[in-house]
Design a protein around this ligand. Structure first.
Ligand SMILES: Nc1nc2c(c(=O)[nH]1)N[C@H]1C(S)=C(S)[C@@H](COP(=O)(O)OP(=O)(O)OC[C@H]3O[C@@H](n4cnc5c(=O)[nH]c(N)nc54)[C@H](O)[C@@H]3O)O[C@H]1N2
Ligand SMILES: Nc1nc2c(c(=O)[nH]1)N[C@H]1C(S)=C(S)[C@@H](COP(=O)(O)OP(=O)(O)OC[C@H]3O[C@@H](n4cnc5c(=O)[nH]c(N)nc54)[C@H](O)[C@@H]3O)O[C@H]1N2
Ligand SMILES: [Mo]
Length: 745
């Protein structure tokens, strides 16, 4: 373990070096360049690293970032975890290993099965898989005893077939990673603006006057966003960052596409950096709005009264509620200086083309929906929605998480969506809502005998309350994981456990009619194709749509959908999507002719398709994290060397932390007040509803973080996130604001 000074600039020559080092360690040089040459190019491989959109004009130098290269290396690595690997490694032995080790054993190459009591997974044929899975599903007392999870890398085609199969089977139990991610954004935006997606496009960044970045670390998680921010600044925009940590990527960007960037000279980004206390964003935005309203009494032009009058609802009530708030106590909560807030207000007052971006720093709190609604209020005051250079920008994580939802991966499908399935396919889909992630885990925990199927992802490590979730999975009659890589969820299986290896983004998909492409939707509602260029490493690998269609055909038969024929040519799947999902008319033609399909987005055009047809002002709740004397508030965040539960390496370079992940970033004054010795390990613990949760052996890193706030890494500290603490309305685990106590043995 080593620590150093946190970086003050992101990307540049070091990023190129680290990306290539990881790529060449994992794959042959020729393979590396073959994939990278196609990465994010039109008709090429869509990067599985994040959902940030591609610019209209793609750079020939390479349209990808350090972490995109790492994501590719992780998927396309030469190494294989084949049948021999499973023969040599018992499940007990694998459980002792780290997540880093599990991921570095290579790509899965053959279907494997294990039964309770077996020491090892053993290879099985696909015929046996389809037979056993379908007979187990058909044996269940109730269709709702089956749960079908999805992670956000799944393509539109696979997602559409999966949800169609599940609904013909007879349940809406379709939890997905979104439930732990941007669900709060979807809930807040649907209620206020009528659609659960953001309103801006990439081009809006170049036209904006002011960009607010709340609770997001793009230098690590969406590095290509930095290019858009740099261009926005060149065009005159100001940037305000609201984040407890000084993240390098928000301070300055060494653009690898420019000579200065390659020389390591950074372009400054944030004009104002507000190190807010964890979960005090509502207080901050309310303080800003209150001040704006005061100023507007003298200078009405500060607010967009025409917009407020014609396009919104609830302004008077909102105004009234702001008046009742005490400004001083709001500011006190934020931990910021009044002058900093004044500066923020100055920037907002004089500008009207404002974009608000956010990610997990806002969505994973008990009042997460409030966080986002409060930001919408601010944008509405300024008329900053539905015009160029302005709007909402929830920055999505997984590369097709937004598309999966559009395709119907949702435990709460709308009536309109189900009606459309009913009329296109001539069957009656289940109408009752299904279970989301938290409810699924609780259900599997309390009622043994369920079937859990996972299309990608790693529920055990991604979910809160790790040991609780482990019991939930082990309680199942059958667990089925369609995966590219080995992960911890595979090691805690049901009575019968399957690992079904599939083709990834970088692989060629060959079906009867020839090579197939897939499609994905980016964070800004643009759908485009993706096509791998690597010959599959094993004859056993099938595509996700192929696996789904075989399970479906065996389980529900071919009367409603001819599954076997459908997968001969994926254009046919897209024809069905075009018929049944709004906005996908002429899907195949648009993708062929223009390589992109833009989905309808009301707020982008200034229409608000919610129940009242107007944008809603809302009244929102502050956080309720009253801390005891010796309590701290913990956020679980990503290091620079991971993709969610996939650990690329042990460093967090921008934060100056090397060779260790079991750390606690802590303010010096808390270290002193709690009388902790930095050299000695600590235990973090909490008690919620009578259950003690703890993680031992953690290392303190003194860090520039607001007092009473600490940061740890996900998934190592998920054990400390109680499954019952979740966002109101969105049910998202509150993994960014968990009360914690410290013990030093
Ligand atoms: N390389 C890489 N790329 C990824 C991922 C990855 O793991 N690795 N994951 C993908 C996925 S699925 C997602 S959802 C995104 C995640 O992208 P991010 O949301 O950027 O990821 P986190 O590390 O969770 O970072 C949250 C940020 O919010 C801040 N924060 C925490 N609590 C608060 C708060 O209360 N208020 C405010 N204002 N800020 C707060 C933290 O300091 C941190 O900077 O990235 C996607 N892209
Ligand atoms: N404490 C805490 N918990 C969190 C978060 C947090 O910030 N803090 N973040 C949450 C968020 S934002 C998210 S999105 C979730 C992520 O939850 P998940 O999406 O469930 O987790 P991932 O780690 O992205 O899944 C990794 C696995 O996906 C499989 N995989 C990769 N590519 C493919 C593919 O192309 N096809 C298939 N079939 N499988 C593939 C591999 O086997 C790999 O092991 O975690 C959540 N959990
Ligand atoms: Mo996510």
């Amino acid at each position: 373990m080593k620590t150093g000074k946190p970086a003050t600039s992101a990307a540049g020559p070091k990023a190129i070096y680290h990306a290539m080092e990881k790529a060449f360690q994992s794959m042959k040089v020729s393979k590396t360049f073959r994939i990278l040459g196609a990465l994010n190019q039109k008709g090429g491989v869509d990067c599985p690293g994040c959902a940030w959109p591609d610019p209209k004009h793609r750079s020939r130098l390479g349209e990808y970032c350090e972490n995109g290269v790492k994501a590719i290396a992780e998927e396309a690595m030469d190494k294989n975890a084949d049948a021999d690997f499973f023969k040599n490694n018992s499940i007990q032995k694998m459980r002792q290993q780290t997540d880093y080790w599990l991921g570095h054993q290579g790509r899965l190459t053959q279907p494997m099965r294990i039964k309770k009591g077996d020491s090892h997974y053993s290879p099985v044929s696909w015929e046996l898989v389809f037979e056993e899975v379908s007979s187990q599903l058909n044996k269940l007392n109730s269709k709702n005893d089956a749960i079908f999870y999805t992670s956000g890398r799944t393509s539109n085609e696979a997602a559409f077939l999966y949800q169609l199969f599940v609904r013909i089977f007879g349940t809406n139990n379709m939890p997905d990673c979104s439930n732990m991610c941007h669900e709060s954004s979807g809930v807040a935006l649907s209620h206020t603006l009528g659609i659960g997606k953001g309103s801006v496009k990439l081009e809006d960044f170049y036209l904006s006057d002011l960009i607010l970045i709340f609770g997001q670390n793009p230098g690590t998680n969406h590095p290509r966003m930095l290019s858009a921010l740099k261009k926005a600044k060149e065009n005159g925009a100001k940037i305000v960052v609201i984040n407890p940590l000084k993240e390098a990527g928000l301070l300055s960007f060494e653009d690898p596409q420019s000579i200065s960037g390659i020389l390591g000279i950074g372009a400054p980004l944030a004009d104002l950096y507000l190190q807010v206390r964890i979960n005090e964003d509502v207080a901050l935005v309310q303080a800003v709005a209150k001040k704006l309203m005061d100023r507007a009494k003298k200078d009405p032009a500060i607010l967009d009264h025409d917009f407020i009058q014609s396009k919104t609802d609830g302004f008077e009530t909102y105004q009234q509620s702001l008046e009742e708030l005490d400004e001083e106590s709001l500011i006190l909560r934020t931990g910021l200086e009044p002058e900093q807030i004044e500066e923020f207000v100055n920037l907002v007052s004089s500008r009207s083309k404002i974009i608000a971006c956010w990610a997990m720093g806002l969505t994973q709190h008990v009042n997460a929906v409030d966080n986002i609604q409060e930001i919408v209020n601010l944008l509405l005051l300024k008329g900053s929605i539905g015009k160029p250079g302005a709007g909402t920008c929830p920055v999505r994580g997984h590369s097709n998480v937004q598309g999966d939802r559009t395709m119907g991966i949702w435990e709460k499908p709308s009536k309109q969506f189900l009606d459309s399935l009913a009329s296109t396919f001539g069957f009656e889909p289940p109408r009752n809502h299904g279970v989301d992630v938290v409810d699924s885990i609780q259900l599997m925990h309390s009622e043994p005998g369920k079937v859990f199927m996972s299309m990608g992802g790693n529920l055990l490590s991604a979910a809160p309350d790790t040991s609780f979730t482990q019991v939930a999975l082990e309680n199942c009659a059958m667990t089925i994981h369609v995966s590219t890589k080995l992960n911890r969820s595979h090691l805690h299986h049901g009575e019968v456990g399957f690992i079904l290896p599939c083709l990834g983004r970088t692989d060629i998909i060959q079906e009867k009619s020839g090579v197939q492409k897939l499609t994905v939707e980016n964070s800004m509602g643009l759908v485009h194709s993706t096509q791998g260029n690597q010959t599959p490493r094993s004859g056993f690998l099938l595509s996700e749509p192929h696996i789904i269609s075989q399970i479906a055909s065996k389980t529900v038969g071919n009367e409603i959908v001819n599954w076997n024929q459908l997968i001969d040519d994926y254009d046919q799947i897209r024809e069905l999507i075009a018929k049944s999902v709004a906005g996908f008319e002429d899907f195949n033609k648009k993708i062929k002719d223009h390589n992109v399909l833009e989905l309808p987005n009301g707020p982008r055009e200034g229409h608000f398709p919610n129940d009242i047809g107007k944008a809603r002002f809302t009244i929102n709740s502050l956080s309720e994290n009253q801390l005891e004397e010796n309590e701290l508030l913990m956020m679980t965040i990503r290091s620079h060397d991971q993709f969610n539960t996939t650990i690329y390496g042990m460093d967090d370079r921008y934060r100056g932390i090397y060779g260790i992940r079991t750390v606690v970033l802590m303010n010096q004054s808390d270290i002193k007040n709690l009388k902790l010795e930095v050299e000695k390990p600590i235990t973090l613990f909490n008690e919620y509803q009578g259950k003690l949760r703890k993680v031992e052996g953690l290392t303190i890193i003194p860090y520039n973080i607001p007092e009473k706030c600490i940061a740890t890494y996900f998934p190592e500290c998920n054990e400390l996130v109680p499954i019952g603490i979740k966002a109101r309305k969105s049910n998202t685990p509150a993994s960014k604001s968990i009360k914690i106590k410290v013990h030093q043995p």
